[in-house]
Ligand binder design. Structure first.
Ligand code: TYD
Length: 152
């Protein structure tokens, strides 16, 4: 799951969870952003869902996925996503419809700080399967420490 680079270096979290900037095909009539699976994002899209009417007190996510890859985009308003691979952590502010963050498999994520007008669009590489979710952080850390040993 963790890609081992030459010299046995694991990728940094920022290398794994890429910030994506989408092109604007808009004109004087308004903005237009097009996201094609396998082109603007690194997987084919099998599922789309969106989260809205969450507020600043809510924390969503709180899980990692064994199979699914995601791209998160705030198409309206803003929110934050905190990602970790169990070693590093970083926070991405999703605040423009033209940017997103790619979240590969086995990354723990928390979405929070939703503005009142937040519409968080999620593109996923899989159909929904609750069994591929890891919702216990201790269990997640255990799984990740096993992965890391590949490189020791
Ligand atoms: P949950 O994973 O808790 O949402 P989030 O990650 O945004 O906090 O999902 C809430 C409920 O919706 C849960 O019962 C599972 C269901 N669900 C689906 O049926 N299909 C889906 O694609 C998603 C994301 C959730």
């Amino acid at each position: 799951m963790i890609k081992i680079l030459k010299g046995c270096r694991t990728m940094t979290l920022k290398e794994k969870c890429l910030i994506l900037q989408f092109s604007d095909l808009g004109d004087k009539r308004g903005k237009l952003v097009v996201i094609e699976g396998g082109k603007a994002i690194p997987f084919n899209i099998k599922r789309v869902f969106y989260i809205y009417e969450s507020d600043s007190t809510v924390i969503r996510g709180q899980h990692a996925n064994m199979e699914s890859e995601f791209v998160l985009i705030n198409v309206a308003g803003q929110s934050k996503v905190r990602v970790t691979d169990g070693r590093e952590e970083y926070i991405v502010e999703l605040n423009r419809p033209m940017m997103g963050v790619y979240i590969p498999k086995m990354i723990w994520k928390d979405m929070y700080d939703f503005s009142r007008d937040s519409v968080l669009l999620v593109l996923a590489s899989t159909h929904y399967n609750g069994k591929e979710y890891i919702r216990n952080y201790e269990e997640y850390l255990k799984m990740m420490s096993k992965e890391e040993k590949v490189c020791e």
